[in-house]
Design a protein around this ligand. Structure first.
Ligand code: FES
Length: 123
């Protein structure tokens, strides 16, 4: 029997539907973090929901998504949701990104390799 996966951060059921070009926020009680899940061209992307801008930490799920780029509603920082990279500031720090996949009609989010901000029990 396979060992249980320890890197699953979030598992939501099939009742959570994310339409194409939409972003939905989720709060992880365990790790006290917010993760946004976006669907673009039928594929899911997961990343930190809070902007890394030094001025504030606005939720990116309230921003505007255009293709694979999300723009923060507060000061206009733009991030590549596939890598977390900053495209335009004022933010300078990239977002953490996560592995997102549909499993049995639901959505599963896993820690990405090299995410050192997570407790080691989740990586
Ligand atoms: S809080 Fe997002 S750009 Fe400043």
């Amino acid at each position: 029997m396979a060992a249980p996966a320890t890197d699953i951060l979030l598992q939501v059921g099939p009742e959570v539907a994310i339409p194409n070009a939409f972003v939905v926020p989720f709060y992880l009680e365990d790790s006290k973090r917010r993760i946004a899940i976006a669907r673009v061209d039928a594929r899911l992307y997961a990343f930190d929901d809070l902007c890394t801008c030094a001025h504030q930490a606005c939720p990116l799920s309230g921003g505007q998504i255009t293709g694979k780029v999300i723009m923060c509603q507060c000061h206009g920082s733009r991030f590549d949701i596939t890598t977390g990279a900053v495209i335009d500031g004022p933010a300078t720090r990239p977002l953490n990104v996560y592995k997102a996949q549909e499993v049995e009609g639901g959505i599963q989010i896993r820690a990405a390799d090299g995410d050192h901000s997570l407790p080691q029990s989740l990586v």
